[in-house]
Design a protein around this ligand. Structure first.
Ligand SMILES: Cc1ncc(COP(=O)(O)O)c(C=O)c1O
Length: 399
């Protein structure tokens, strides 16, 4: 045993809440049980043929490094993507990153020093907490509630959380893990707060077009006066069913943020060459593909909502975007229930894996009755997955 010690930062970093049940799922599978995965945001939809064909027929002889800000073709493709959405970002405002995840790292590190704070609405995407731990910063979590459809609290509540150390507010709209589509009023309220207190807005946008019922996101970038304080973190993962491509971007009109991000990018040299080029056709012509993805998820959302409504004492508001939903269940500890599903339950050799919601909250003790469901399976499988949930709840509450 060595006496060399790892850092407090490393020790304190939280483990991914979504992945900790994986060994129990593996055990269940070893026993021959079929597990329906609604625990993780890995879509089952195929990656577009255009992308796969490019990879299969990659035309270059050598896999070279790419420029740290991204290959010219990829940067231009992202610029066209924003132009086609009516966004303000041009080539100079964009750095290609290794997924939205790296864009988040760059954004957090660009605007905070150790000890600083970023305001976040819990439940939130768990990587924010891990990146905050890496950066030695504090996430100031403002709680939202299942009975409000996880919409934002009053402006005064948010204002109270602002202090001298607050550097930014982060929002993912529509949201992971709640599926909430924040209203135009909510977006405007955050814009006003950011302007009043000179805060950055980090707008995490991997799901921006996956919005249902004919609605749409009011983008932060539509507020001209906010642009110098706005950082967009983006990704091809979900909208183009290309999670493994590891392509995203950071976009901002703030030159200092972009200069800092470029320095960070130079430390990792470049993003994978093949992946950057493979995504160009989708980025430059995204609308019809994404419209179809949106249709598929809306149908799945409807199925999940209909089936969940049949289970007594399960409560939720209908989500309007992304592909997630957090219902409250008649259990006292959804961690125990999620384990029960994998360890002690099956129906005809089948069970379902869910993500306990406590891992999406920063405040201890919250989310204990809730789970996150990612509707990333085809409709028939979703019906069965929710049926399994219902059967398991019956058994769990009797065992
Ligand atoms: C809210 C949110 N932000 C960012 C990401 C990062 O995705 P990626 O690194 O695959 O682009 C994800 C992925 O699940 C997410 O849900």
């Amino acid at each position: 045993m060595t006496k060399a010690k790892i850092s407090r930062r490393a020790l304190n970093a939280p483990a991914s809440a979504i992945r900790k049940l994986v060994p129990f799922a593996d055990q269940a599978k070893k026993k021959g049980i079929k597990v329906y995965h609604v625990n993780i945001g890995q879509p089952d939809l195929p990656t577009p043929e255009k992308i796969m064909n490019f990879i299969r027929n990659f035309p270059h002889q050598t896999l070279e490094y790419a420029p740290s800000n991204g290959m010219a073709e990829s940067v231009s493709a992202w610029a066209l993507f924003y132009k086609n959405k009516g966004g303000p970002y041009r080539e100079d405002d964009i750095i290609v990153t290794s997924g939205g995840s790296e864009a988040l790292v760059f954004a957090f590190f660009a605007v905070t020093d150790p000890g600083d704070e970023i305001i976040v609405f819990e439940p939130f995407y768990t990587s924010y907490a891990i990146i905050a731990a890496m950066a030695n910063i504090n996430l100031r979590a403002i709680t939202t509630h299942v009975e409000d459809g996880f919409h934002l609290p009053d402006k005064k509540v948010i204002e109270k959380a602002v202090n001298k150390k607050t550097k930014a507010i982060i929002l993912c709209n529509p949201n992971n893990p709640t599926g909430t589509l924040y209203t135009k009023e909510e977006v405007k309220m955050l814009v006003n707060l950011a302007l009043k207190y000179n805060l950055f807005i980090i707008s995490d946008e991997p799901y921006q077009e996956i919005v249902f019922d004919g609605k749409s996101v009011l983008p932060f970038s539509s507020f001209k006066e906010l642009l110098p304080q706005l950082i967009v973190t983006d990704s091809v993962s979900k909208r183009f069913n290309s999670c493994g491509a590891r392509v995203g971007c950071i976009a901002s009109k703030n030159r200092q943020v972009m200069a800092a991000s470029l320095k960070f990018g130079q430390a990792r040299l470049s993003v994978a060459t093949v992946d950057q080029l493979a995504l160009v056709p989708l980025l430059t012509d995204h609308k019809s593909y994404v419209a179809n993805v949106r249709k598929i998820y809306q149908k799945r959302r409807d199925v999940v909502v209909k089936e969940l409504a049949k289970i007594p004492d399960v409560s939720f508001k209908i989500p309007q975007g992304a592909f997630y939903l957090i219902p409250s269940l008649p259990v006292t500890d959804s961690d125990d229930f999620a384990r029960f599903l994998l360890e002690k339950f099956h129906d005809n050799g089948e069970t379902v894996m869910v993500a306990p919601a406590a891992g999406f909250y920063k405040t201890e003790g919250l989310g204990k009755k809730e789970i996150r469901i990612a509707y990333v399976l085809e409709e028939k499988k979703l019906v069965r997955a929710i049926e399994l949930l219902k059967l398991a709840l019956n058994k769990f509450n009797r065992h």
